[in-house]
Design a protein around this ligand. Structure first.
Ligand code: TIU
Length: 225
């Protein structure tokens, strides 16, 4: 069964049996005050609209019985998977591994790496801790997708031009078709969101497709009815 989604730059043909939702880094470190995003000098409120949209996507995938994957940007407590170049970059208020109001910044198991309640993983959903911006770098994601016959990814998460865009490009290079849901992603710099969406779908979907949440929901509903 193939869902035909009214997407840009042209119709996205989504095989129901070969598609997973992947939500990128919907964790407190980026969405709540006191985390990594705020330490970098950002206004975290700008990302909030993505939470409800990701929640709606989750509900749709769960209702359809389609697989869901969550990622978190999270390092080992000894930071052995965090290159010094990443930790020492710039002059943030708090660096990766430093103690903040939600525990150690971007460290697995700390409160900051928890996924926000509205997008919390359900039993049976894969949760991947990733040390990089992309979800494929030093993770088991590619093997999981291959083992489960997944060829197509529907994507949401934060931030659009950092971890979401990196993941889309990594996925595209590995042969996956990717559809980014426009309301389900946000950036601390709204202009960067706009141009990232443009870049993804330019040149005949050079990286992937984008569509609105309602276009996605209606395309899926048409397929099931
Ligand atoms: N700083 C920023 O915009 N993003 C990140 O550091 N990580 C993710 O995008 N998840």
């Amino acid at each position: 069964m193939i869902a035909e989604i009214d997407a840009r730059p042209f119709t996205f043909r989504m095989p129901i049996d070969g598609t997973a939702l992947i939500l990128i880094d919907m964790q407190r470190d980026f969405l709540d005050p006191g985390g990594f995003g705020a330490a970098l000098g950002n206004d975290v409120c700008l990302l909030r609209p993505a939470v409800a949209a990701c929640g709606r996507l989750l509900a749709t995938f769960r209702a359809s019985g389609m697989p869901v994957i969550h990622t978190r940007e999270a390092h080992r407590p000894d930071l052995s998977d965090c290159p010094p170049a990443k930790r020492l970059r710039g002059t943030p208020l708090l660096r990766i591994g430093d103690e903040g109001p939600m525990g150690r910044i971007l460290v697995a198991g700390e409160a900051g790496t928890e996924i926000v309640t509205e997008c919390a993983p359900a039993a049976g959903e894969l949760v991947i801790d990733k040390p990089g911006k992309g979800a494929f770098y030093n993770t088991g994601l590619n093997r999981y997708l291959g083992d489960n016959g997944i060829t197509t990814l529907v994507v949401g998460g934060v931030t659009t031009e950092v971890c979401v865009q990196t993941t889309l490009r990594e996925a595209n290079d590995r042969g996956y078709d990717c559809l980014l849901i426009e309301e389900a992603t946000e950036s601390y710099v709204p202009e960067f969101k706009r141009v990232t969406l443009d870049m993804i779908r330019a040149q005949g979907a050079i990286v992937g497709w984008t569509c609105t949440l309602s276009a996605f929901e209606s395309g899926l509903a048409r397929c099931f009815h």
